[in-house]
Design a protein around this ligand. Structure first.
Ligand SMILES: *[C@@H]1O[C@H](CO)[C@@H](O)[C@H](O)[C@H]1NC(C)=O
Ligand SMILES: *[C@@H]1O[C@H](CO)[C@@H](O)[C@H](O)[C@H]1NC(C)=O
Ligand SMILES: *[C@@H]1O[C@H](CO)[C@@H](O)[C@H](O)[C@H]1NC(C)=O
Ligand SMILES: *[C@@H]1O[C@H](CO)[C@@H](O)[C@H](O)[C@H]1NC(C)=O
Length: 259
């Protein structure tokens, strides 16, 4: 139920933010009755992390790990603590399945907890906050020997653990006090994985540009070399057709006016 409220609030914020400030004021003004007192500052929204992670993602593997280790209580406590807030980096299920199975199952329960706590900052950071923090190690929830570095290269924010450097592939939720960002790799700190990958990383994860290929599934049968030019040609001809349509409409409109 609270999730519905969150979504409704999120949608409202999106709608309001698409309105220009003056429009927003005009739209909001009539709804206030003249006698109503100034609106009190709204309480920060309560975010139920288990609910959020179970509908977003898929983040089931991470959710299962933090539930089974009770780390979720630490995170939820921090999310409830509205002074500092919480930033969570959540690897997708595919990030876990690309790890060698025994990589995590070989860990002691303390190591597994640290690994999970390593995926969070005990403080809320918006994406734009990261731009000002780059190149400074930030202590994670796992403590002083588990820092993460973040870098912003032309708007691409990467999280640097010792063995993986995934980019933030999506902002799942970011409203103070809780930020949840999606990663396509699990963060692997040297403090736990002291030697070269105890981790046999499966085939390299899809490159950054992969989403583009989703845009042209019909071209998948073509060789990579030709697909680009075909793509360009087809989009160019699509533009021509659009212009032609527009021209025809314009001419037709002209005739209508003359009649
Ligand atoms: C967080 O706050 C919610 C709502 O106030 C409460 O139900 C929940 O028990 C709290 N959880 C923790 C771990 O503090
Ligand atoms: C996982 O790691 C073990 C030990 O390094 C190795 O023997 C095994 O082949 C690896 N499995 C995969 C699927 O990479
Ligand atoms: C996990 O532990 C087993 C047994 O100790 C070992 O054979 C295997 O290489 C370990 N796997 C990894 C990825 O460290
Ligand atoms: C993080 O930054 C510090 C200082 O700039 C550097 O010493 C460390 O190697 C970096 N760690 C990673 C994982 O990039």
């Amino acid at each position: 139920m609270s999730l519905n409220i969150i979504f409704t609030a999120a949608i409202t914020i999106v709608i309001l933010s698409t309105l220009s400030p003056t429009n927003a004021q005009i739209a909001a003004a009539p709804s206030l009755s003249p006698s109503s007192a100034p609106a009190p500052a709204p309480a920060p929204p309560f975010v139920n992390l288990a609910n959020l992670l179970s509908v977003a993602g898929p983040f089931n593997t991470f959710l299962n790990y933090i539930t089974q280790t009770k780390v979720i209580q630490t995170f939820q406590n921090q999310a409830n603590d509205t002074k500092q807030g919480l930033t969570l980096f959540v690897p997708k299920d595919s990030a876990f399945s690309s790890l060698n199975q025994s990589t995590l199952s070989n860990l002691t329960s303390d190591q597994l907890k640290s690994l999970l706590l390593f995926h969070a900052f005990p403080k809320y950071y918006s994406l734009s906050d990261f731009k000002t923090l780059t190149a400074t190690p930030i202590n994670t929830f796992a403590g002083g020997s588990y820092p993460l570095n973040l870098t912003d290269v032309a708007g691409l924010i990467k999280v640097h653990s010792d063995w993986t450097n995934p980019k933030i592939s999506s902002s799942v939720y970011s409203t103070f006090p809780v930020a949840v960002y999606e990663l396509d790799q699990v963060l692997l700190p040297q403090s736990i994985f002291s030697t070269t990958p105890l981790v046999a990383l499966a085939p390299a994860p899809a490159p950054d540009i992969s989403p583009a290929s989703d845009l042209a599934p019909s071209l998948s049968g073509l060789s990579p070399k030709s697909s680009e030019s075909v793509n360009n040609e087809s989009s160019a001809s699509a533009i021509c057709i659009n212009l032609l349509n527009y021209f025809i409409f314009a001419v037709a409109g002209g005739f209508m006016l003359m009649l």
